[in-house]
Design a protein around this ligand. Structure first.
Ligand code: PMP
Length: 460
């Protein structure tokens, strides 16, 4: 494609290296330029409206024009636009936000460490786990276990924890000491005749086998999203986390809940941990913490994790970790206002009120000829396109079934996320029932449109 000289598209292709983008395809096709947002909708530079069924990257929980957040940012920018929290310094937004998070935590937590992104939060969690075990004299207990298709970020450590297919090849990852255990996707990996509960037992046995093979004295922590997001919206099988946590307890392995997507109401409880029964020692969160209007993330640690860390910082003189933007006051002020809106507008009640319709409309799509499985909780869901509903066989990846359905959705003014042949939906939490109907009406049309192209590509 040729672009108008000096147009935004031409300049984008000329200057921007895009994340999670095929760079050559981008040179050819150019960008989709989004220029403004309004509630659950965004608009492109041609004025076309899209229902943003992914809230951006599973994150803009309050939609795309919450003015209270603009005001909170402006007020803080005018008062104290920047200050840090190194070396005993503090500021009110940081203190208030930490206190608020501790009060909201799903289990008793002791301290909050702030960072700028989900990746940094998980990196921090991993470093704190190492620091903690060093403090306890357990110098060999450092390995981290995550899951195949788990997503925890893209920094060197967090990308190593991530277990999705594109994050390791080409980057010489994962780093040593990070292991990936089985993906608890019952529809895909449950064996014939195996119940969901038996599958969960097998998943926990896989974890135990891995811990025993590695040596329990070398395994420090297990990290998991309550419901896997970028891995395809994988809802854990019944009894899964109960059994997983029993194994972790047995071998003195810490549980880290990655609440970067699930936190703040997404699953119909305030935390995904509450939806699936996780009692974390460490919890990481980001995204909806500030409705993503400004970048901020948090790591919460329990008192038992904190105490050795505090001792170690005294022995070493200082906790040698922290970012320039740790607890950035403007980001913290926006996060505080976000949490206030969740409370004042009863966002959790709203999610609980509208999510039955969301789940009903999602599951109704399993009737569609292309759809093998639908899965989800709260305002989080996915459908999986299959070539054969009976055998659950997938299309050859060359068919690009998911991408075709995603592109058809875009045509219909609906932004979804194609993850392989799964299509994910995590709209802003403020979505109304009529907008949920609009979302799934559009998706149904998109699947109808894509079916022909998918069958044709599969036959070719
Ligand atoms: N954890 C989870 C569960 C995520 O979904 C993401 C981002 N999609 C991350 C961590 C990484 O967050 P960030 O992109 O802000 O680094």
């Amino acid at each position: 494609m040729s672009f108008q000289p000096n147009s935004p598209a031409a300049r984008d292709v000329a200057y921007v290296l895009h994340p999670y983008t095929n760079a050559r395809a981008h040179e050819e096709n150019g960008p989709m330029i989004i220029t403004k947002g309004d509630g659950v909708y965004v608009y492109d530079d041609g004025g076309k409206q899209y229902l943003e069924a992914m809230a951006g990257l599973w994150c803009a929980s309050l939609g795309f024009n919450e003015n209270r957040l603009v005001k909170a940012a402006t007020k803080q920018l005018e008062t104290l636009p920047y200050y840090h929290t190194f070396a005993h310094k503090a500021h009110l937004p940081g203190i208030d936000l930490a206190e608020k998070l501790i009060n909201l935590a799903p289990v008793p937590m002791s301290k909050v460490f702030f960072a700028g992104s989900g990746s940094e939060a998980n990196d921090t969690a991993m470093k704190l786990v190492w620091y903690y075990n060093n403090a306890r004299g357990r110098h060999a207990k450092k390995k981290m276990i995550s899951r195949i298709k788990g997503y925890h970020g893209v920094t060197i450590a967090s990308a190593s924890l991530t277990g999705t297919p594109v994050n390791h090849p080409g980057f010489d990852l994962p780093i040593a000491g990070v292991k990936h255990t089985s993906n608890p996707h019952y529809y895909r990996f449950g064996q014939s005749g195996e119940s969901e509960v038996d599958f969960a037992t097998r998943m926990a046995q896989d974890l135990e086998t891995m811990i025993l093979e590695e040596g329990p004295e070398t395994v420090a922590a297990f990290i998991a999203e309550p419901i896997m997001g970028a891995g395809g919206v994988i809802v854990p099988p019944e009894t899964y986390f109960e059994k997983i946590q029993a194994v972790l307890k047995k071998y003195d392995v810490l549980m880290i809940a990655d609440e970067v997507i699930c936190g703040f109401g997404r699953t119909g409880e305030f935390w995904g941990s509450q939806t699936v029964g996780i009692k974390p020692d460490i919890l990481t969160c980001a995204k909806a913490l500030s409705s993503s209007y400004l970048p901020i993330s948090a790591v919460m640690i329990s008192e038992d994790v904190y105490q050795p860390i505090a001792d170690q910082s005294q022995d070493l003189g200082v906790l040698g970790h922290g970012y320039t933007y740790t607890a950035h006051p403007v980001c913290a002020a926006v996060a505080l206002e976000t949490l206030k809106i969740y409370e004042e507008d009863n966002i959790l009640d709203h999610v609980r009120a509208v999510s039955p319709l969301f789940q009903e409309r999602l599951h109704a799509l399993s009737e569609h000829e292309l759809v093998g499985e639908t899965r989800g909780r709260g305002l989080m869901g996915a459908l999986e396109i299959v070539a054969d509903k009976g055998t659950r066989a997938s299309y050859d990846p060359k068919v690009g079934a998911g991408a075709k359905a995603g592109a058809a959705a875009t045509e219909h003014g609906l932004i979804v996320r194609a993850i392989g042949d799964s299509i994910a939906f995590t709209p802003p939490l403020i979505i109304t029932e009529s907008q949920i109907n609009e979302l799934f009406d559009k998706m149904t049309k998109a699947l109808d449109d894509a079916a022909g192209a998918i069958h044709k590509a599969a036959a070719a």
